[in-house]
Design a protein around this ligand. Structure first.
Ligand code: C2E
Ligand code: CA
Ligand code: CA
Length: 709
């Protein structure tokens, strides 16, 4: 409890009247002091009263706390005599206030306590009223606010944008950000100007009024503008006052020029083939759509060409991917040089190139251009000092003659290209309706072929393989036929490649192996011991993992040893690692591997070197000429003696005449096959032939065949 002493100046005169007066006065005074005391104690702030001699006369509870002393200790003491930081800071100001006779207000900070005290000194003639308020919290909050504002301001000045506010008259009230200077704007100069400074589009048309009118109705908007290849992304919102009413707009215009440039660059890269630098499939689709739309508007024609490299896979597999890449780049260059501005060249992927030839163009022009391209491929390509001869097949389609949709036009050029390949590669072909019919037929066959095995439509014929000198049958080649219910017999040339493409060949080959083995087992059971059966194997089979074990299983199932089977592999098969491994495994197991159509591929000798081969079959095209063509004679003779010397078996295929047979006999070719001896025949007929020959071994097989039922 504070003790409050009234130390007001006493009356000077000592007389009765004066005493009475004084008593009365002091009476009033006491009640005043008491009221004052009550009032001061009720104050939220600290309050101190000093008398003329600087002595404390009042110290309220708050002031005690601030000065960290009891009122009882302070009352009567001079403020300049006590030891307190607050008191010593106050004293000079108290003196100043008394001298001036006017109130003084200030805020005093105390480093030692971290406090901030708001001081109000009110001098009266008799006293000094000191009002103290702890404003530490308020000051800290203000400081935080100021710091925040300062940082925000700094930030706004640094952001790569224009951050602005505008009033309801669409005049800027603030603007900051580094983008201002990019647009040659100065903050102080733009304030008060129309927001068009930020919004004006290149043609000078104002977008601001339309935008701001919507914002002033409460909408938030986001959109982009472009001026002189610089892009701004605008975000504009209503600026609301404390009562929530819209008082203007606040916006940020972010400079997105860089972003636009990188997006453009990305889009450009996404449309380019990284290897050749040519535009890719995405670019093709877009360009073709545009070119076709233009052609439609102007009633023009245009052509699409589909170019595919022949046997590109061989290059990749034999010389490696680096060689393949180099070839693709060289082809891209050659196409660019040959065609110049006459066509746009695209590389949609792999070894395919697509050309768009703008019109006006006729079918003849397309053919001339395609021949020109094929001609340019007669020059060899080079890779690490090696010369590589690469040919291409081209298919072409015309707009609007063939199709009206980009997708169809490409598809048609693609199928024409496949026809060009079928026609012997190094070819160009225009798409036409007959071609279309063949494609449809092919698609139909593809579907039906899947069911051909299960519907029992496949059949195997056997063509005898004969020992030339004795003319005895030593084996047979199994040749497939498809007995199509509507289309009569379909020859393998029409469906084997479809089966290879769809993968159906894997099942078909196994079916043929089973048939052939059943037949061979039967022949053996009838006593034809050394009888070998030959089955054609496709590249696809050789790439099937475990193919060689499957073959051994089938042989075992029919009670046959590996020496009962020949597998014929055509020379055009690509020698990839898996194929080589399968061939080796077959040969190791004892199955004889026969290289079919020997001599027509361009790596015949490489095959002999790389593969564990058991025999070769000299291609029909050489045998055809041996009766009269000295060149063919020389080739067949050389192949036959080379293979015999290397220890391989030799079979001459496609023997059709006695003259051909006689030539083969003179060069000591060991065995042959062909229509001269027998066409491919059904199993029953073959058995009859074999038995007849067995009965009359001296008779020539050719005459035997003539007599079979
Ligand atoms: P390839 O393996 O070269 O079979 C020999 C082809 O020549 C057979 O045609 C045969 O009928 C024919 N040929 C035989 N002697 C003569 C002749 O004296 N003159 C003429 N001009 N031709 C003769 P085919 O049966 O039409 O078979 C064609 C091709 O289909 C075969 O050629 C073979 O590559 C393939 N092929 C046949 N059956 C199968 C099979 O089961 N699987 C696989 N993957 N391919 C098969
Ligand atoms: Ca064959
Ligand atoms: Ca052949």
């Amino acid at each position: 409890m504070l003790v409050l002493l009234s130390v007001t100046a006493p009356a000077m005169a000592v007389c009765a009247a004066a005493i009475i007066l004084l008593l009365r006065h002091s009476e009033r005074r006491r009640s005043l002091d008491e009221r004052r005391y009550a009032l001061l104690e009720s104050l939220q702030d600290a309050f101190v009263i000093l008398d003329r001699e600087w002595r404390f006369t009042h110290v309220n509870e708050r002031a005690e706390l601030l000065m960290r002393s009891n009122a009882a200790d302070l009352i009567g003491k001079r403020i300049d005599h006590i030891f307190d930081p607050l008191a010593s800071e106050l004293f000079p100001e108290l003196q100043r206030a008394r001298e001036m006779g006017a109130p003084i207000e200030f805020v005093q900070s105390f480093v030692s306590t971290g406090q901030a005290i708001e001081v109000r000194i009110q001098p009266t003639p008799d006293e000094m009223l000191i009002h103290l308020r702890d404003v530490t919290e308020r000051r800290n909050a203000e400081k935080r606010l100021q710091d925040g504002e300062r940082r925000l301001r700094l930030l706004l000045q640094q952001v790569p944008a224009i951050v602005w506010t505008a009033d309801l008259d669409m005049r800027l009230t603030s603007a900051s950000g580094t983008t201002l200077s990019d647009y040659a704007l100065v903050e102080s100069e733009v304030i008060g100007k129309s927001v068009d400074v930020v919004f004006a589009s290149p043609d000078g048309a104002s977008q601001a009024s339309a935008v701001l009118e919507r914002v002033y109705r409460g909408e938030s908007l986001s959109y982009e503008t472009e001026r002189n290849e610089r892009w701004l992304q605008h975000d504009v919102e209503p600026l609301r006052g404390p009562d929530g009413t819209i008082q203007g707009a606040i916006g940020a215009a972010l400079d997105i020029t860089e972003m636009k440039h990188s997006a453009r660059e990305l889009a450009r890269q996404a449309r380019r083939d990284a290897l050749t630098g040519l535009p890719n499939r995405l670019a093709l689709e877009e360009t073709l759509d545009n070119v076709m739309a233009r052609a439609q508007a102007t009633r023009e024609t245009l052509a699409v060409m589909f170019l595919d490299l022949d046997r590109f896979k061989v290059i990749n597999d034999s010389l490696g991917h680096r060689a393949g890449d180099a070839v693709l780049c060289a082809v891209a260059d050659r196409l660019r040089i040959t065609l110049g501005s006459r066509a746009q060249v695209f590389r949609p992927g792999g070894d395919e190139f697509i050309l768009i030839v703008p019109g006006p163009i006729r079918s003849e022009d397309v053919q001339t251009m395609a021949l020109e391209i094929l001609e340019s491929f007669t020059q060899p390509f080079e890779f690490e000092g090696r010369e590589l001869l690469i040919s291409a097949s081209i298919g072409a389609s015309l707009y609007p003659n063939n199709a009206s949709r980009a997708e169809d036009l490409i598809k048609q050029a693609d199928s024409a290209m496949y026809r060009a390949k079928d026609a012997g590669r190094k070819n160009a072909m225009m798409y036409n309706d007959a071609l279309h019919a063949r494609i449809l037929e092919r698609m139909g066959l593809e579907l039906e072929l899947r069911q051909a095995t299960s519907r029992n439509q496949l059949r195997v014929l056997y063509q005898p393989i004969v020992d030339i000198s004795s003319e005895q049958i030593i084996g047979a080649e199994a040749l497939l036929r498809w007995e199509h219910p509507q289309l009569a017999t379909i020859m393998p040339d029409r469906f084997i490649d479809i089966a290879e493409e769809t993968g159906a060949i894997v099942g078909i080959t196994q079916w043929v192996l089973h048939q052939a083995c059943t037949h061979a087992a039967m022949m053996r059971a009838k006593g034809f011991g050394a009888f070998r059966i030959a089955v054609n194997i496709s590249a696809r089979d050789l790439c099937e993992p475990g193919f060689h074990t499957k073959v051994s299983e089938i042989l075992a199932e029919h009670g046959l040893g590996e020496d009962a089977l020949d597998v014929e592999v055509t020379e055009s098969i690509t020698l990839n690692e898996t194929a080589v491994r399968t061939i080796s495994a077959l040969q190791v197991a004892g199955v004889r591997v026969v290289i079919d159509d020997f001599g027509i591929g361009y790596s015949s000798l490489e095959y002999l070197k790389r593969l564990p081969v058991g025999a070769i079959k000299i291609d029909r095209s050489f045998v055809e000429g041996v009766a009269h063509n000295p060149q063919d004679q020389a080739i067949v003779k050389a192949i036959s003696s080379l293979a015999t010397n290397l220890g391989f078996g030799v079979i001459a295929e496609g023997v059709e005449t006695a003259a051909q047979r006689d030539f083969l006999a003179t060069i000591d070719a060991p065995s042959a096959q062909g229509n001269y001896y027998s066409r491919p025949i059904p199993q029953g007929q073959f058995t009859y032939l074999l038995q007849s020959q067995h009965a009359k071994p001296s008779r020539r097989i050719a005459s035997l065949f003539g007599s079979c039922p």
